[in-house]
Each structure stands twice: as C-alpha cells, then as structure tokens.
Design a protein around this ligand. Structure first.
Ligand code: ATP
Ligand code: MG
Length: 422
C-alpha cells in the first residue's frame, strides 16, 4: 500500500497485479507483491529511497522493506518473443503519448536495446500476461479491481485460462506450460479445456528452454508445498519426462522409483507446512536414485569395483540430467554425499559415532529412511539409526562388544537434513 500510495501521490497510476491480487481474492496469502505503473523505471526509483533498478532484459524496480521486496514494473506491451520490434518504444505514437513527460532518451534506449521492454498501456500490460487470473489489477485510487481478460469469472470457476490463443502463447514461452501445472497444483484449479488441449502439441518446445530457467521452475514446482500434486499433474500431461527423461523412464520401469520420489516430495511438502527448511538437492537425490542404481549396476557388470562404479555412475547421471535442468555445484555435492553415505549407513554400526557427525549424515539418514519406507533392501538400518540417535547410549552391536554403555551425549542441534542449503 505504501508503494501504491506513493506512486499515486506523485500523479502516476499504480496497481497491485498478478499473484498478489489473485491470492488475496482466493483468501490466501500472497508469496510476493507485484506493482504495475505507468511511470518509467527511473521515475519509480527516484520516488523511493529504498529502491533499486534491476534487470537488463526487463528493467524493474525493487522497493525493499526489510526482507520483503515489492517489484514495480512499468506497463509493458506484448512482444511475441520471436522478433524484435522494428521501432523503438518511444517512437510508437501511442506509447510516446503516454510517456511524453519522461526523458525520451531513456525510453528509446530501452525500447531499442531490449526487445521485450516495450512500454504500453495497462490493457497491453494485461494481455501480455499468462493466465486470466494473473491479469487482475487492484488500485487504491478507486479501490476497484480492473479485469481486462475475464479473470474474475475464471477465478470463480476455479480454472486456469491462458489469455489469447493457447498454442501461440505456449510457443512464445513454453515455461507457461509448467506455470499452468504449478498454479493448478497450488490453487487446486483445473485447466480450461483449450488451455489444457494445447499442451500436447507444443510440449516438446520445453526442450528449447534454457536449462537454468527450467531448474528455477522445478524449484517452484516442487519446493512450495504442493510437490506431490505437481508431479502427478506434470506426468499426466507428459511434461515430467521432458524435464527428467531418465527419471521418467525409471518410473515406468519400476514402481519403487516413483514411490521414492513421491515419498521425498511428501516429506518436503510436510516440512514446508511445519516451517522447516527444504533443499532441492534432497529431492533431486531421490529422483535420480533409480537411474543411478541402474547405471552403477551396468558399470559393475562391466567389471568396475562397487565404489568406482558408484562414482562414475554419479558423474554420468548428473551430467545427463544437467542437459535438461542445471544443478548448481553446491547441490550436486550434497547429492553425491547423500548417495555415497547410503552404503556406509547400510554397512551399519561400524564407526557410528564418527558417521553421525558427518555434515551430511542427517540428509543421508533421512534418505535411508525414505528408501526403507518404500521397501528397498536396507536391512532395517534406517530403523537402527533412528534408534541409535534417539538414544546415543545404544550399545553398538558387534564391533565394540567390550565397550558397553557409552557416555551420554547431548543430541546435536542442527537444522535437520539441510545444513543451510535451502
Ligand atoms: P506466485 O508469485 O504466487 O508464484 P505469480 O502469479 O505472482 O505467482 P510471478 O512469477 O510472481 O507469478 O509473476 C507475476 C505475474 O507476472 C504473473 O501473475 C503474470 O501476470 C506475469 N507473468 C509471470 N510470468 C509470466 C510468463 N511466463 N508469461 C506471461 N506472464 C507472466
Ligand atoms: Mg508473484
């Protein structure tokens, strides 16, 4: 409201838009707030002491309030994403009119260099958005909600409808298919018929999206409390296999692979409800576990020793996945440690005292318990470690028969599982 009123006070238009309006209308709590205005980014920045100009492709202003950031964007027009506008934004009559009080140089520079950064009217801005329910604008100028795309009707019907012609809108930005699934899972909405039907003919275009952007989307799909549902919907629409081909193949070959992925997602979903930290590394370790086993077995049958086979398989499986979604280094390290520790944990009690202090012990233990839960052959070691930690006095069987009772130690206090990776 502070941002909106400051903009209005300076004579500009100012609207709350996107997920902020949508989630408030649904009675939910918005994740973040986006503001749209007719003021140019530089003008917005100068209105706030706590504001920063960001972005190269799209210039935006971030207004910071403590840890919260309100993103303020200038009304933009649709760009079809395939060809650059032939004229600069400031040269378009309609747009020049709207911004005639602003320095033309900044605008023409923007429009010329940044092909998507073409300023427009609020109607243009609404129609370039993805779903109708994401194109609702609220302004305290008249306390009204402006609906340029039929979003209120769709919100009532609890459905996701792409603005415009669906196939074309997906082609423009194939990530919108993932966003459709994400919102359907998060809001418990259905996909409107044409919005759903257009996925099948266009879905392979997802392969053209940069792997880094897909990694970001994967995080949003699976790390916001509705991961199980996201996976189900992605698979129903044949999208999961485009993001994780080897994992999808494993799901189809062995039900336990799917069970493990679902168990990891369910555990992540409930950790989020409990306010505990989560990391994509744990999920990715679960997703890729079955492909890893398949690859390691193949390498062993080629004559590699188990540890060598595991190490080579880890490299292969990670490399193959990174062609589809990048995985940052800190995450692959986490995954490799979690995987490598599985056999050490399964070997059991030997050097338990030391193992329990390993920085990745907690994640590896959680992972072992998940595997045990879906019926993998873990020789009951998951349960053993549970008991071991519950009472560190548990005598360690076999290896230390003479030692008897061990001195009680305080259980270590650490963020379970994640070790600050979230
Ligand atoms: P949430 O923040 O809860 O995930 P959101 O709808 O706010 O949901 P954002 O990614 O924050 O999603 O984007 C804000 C708004 O920007 C969206 O509501 C939509 O209007 C627009 N938008 C975002 N991504 C796209 C896209 N790929 N194509 C078209 N419009 C988009
Ligand atoms: Mg948002």
């Amino acid at each position: 409201m502070k941002v909106l009123y400051r903009l209005l006070g300076a004579g500009h238009q100012a609207f709350l838009v996107g997920g902020g309006v949508r989630d408030l209308l649904l009675g939910g709590e918005p994740k973040d707030f986006d503001v749209a205005t007719d003021a140019a980014p530089e003008v917005v920045r100068d209105l706030f002491s706590n504001a920063q100009l960001i972005g190269r492709r799209f210039k935006l202003v971030h207004v910071r309030f403590g840890r919260e950031i309100v993103e303020v964007a200038t009304f933009r027009a649709l760009s079809d994403g395939t060809q650059a506008p032939t004229v600069a934004a400031s040269a378009l009559p309609k747009r020049r009119d709207r911004h005639s009080d602003e320095p033309a140089s900044a605008l023409s520079e923007e429009g010329m260099i940044l092909r998507d950064n073409v300023y427009g009217t609020i109607e243009d801005d609404a129609l370039r958005r993805d779903f109708t329910i994401n194109a609702l604008y609220y302004t305290p100028a008249d306390f009204a909600i402006y609906d340029f795309a039929g979003g209120l009707k769709d919100l009532k019907a609890r459905q996701l409808r792409l603005i415009g012609e669906p196939e074309g809108r997906y082609r423009e930005d194939p990530v919108r298919m993932l966003r459709a699934i994400r919102f359907a899972a998060k809001l418990d909405f259905t996909l409107e018929l044409a919005t759903e039907a257009a996925i099948a003919p266009v879905k392979a275009r997802l392969l053209d999206v940069p792997a880094a952007r897909l990694f970001d989307e994967v995080g949003k799909l699976f790390l916001h409390g509705h991961g199980v549902k996201s996976l189900t919907l992605l698979r129903q629409h044949g999208l999961f296999g485009l993001l994780f081909p080897e994992v999808e193949a494993a799901f189809q070959a062995q039900p336990s692979a799917l069970a493990l992925a679902e168990a990891a997602l369910a555990s992540t979903d409930s950790r989020i409800v409990e306010g505990k930290p989560v990391t994509p590394a744990f999920l990715l370790a679960a997703f890729l576990w079955a492909p890893l086993q398949t690859r390691a077995s193949a390498l062993k049958s080629e004559g590699l020793r188990p540890l060598e086979a595991l190490q080579e398989a880890m490299r292969d499986v990670l490399h193959a996945q990174q062609q589809h979604t990048t995985i940052p280094r800190r995450l692959t390290t986490f995954m490799q440690e979690t995987w490598t520790l599985q056999s050490r944990l399964q070997r059991g009690a030997r050097r338990a005292e030391k193992l329990v202090l390993h920085p990745r012990f907690r994640a590896a233990y959680d992972f072992l318990v998940l595997r045990e839960g879906v019926g993998e052959a873990t020789e009951g070691m998951g349960a053993w470690w549970t008991a071991y930690q519950a009472d560190r006095e548990t005598p360690v069987p076999h290896e230390h028969p003479a030692e008897g009772r061990r001195p009680r130690r305080r259980r270590r206090r650490r963020g379970p599982n994640q070790g600050g990776e979230a």
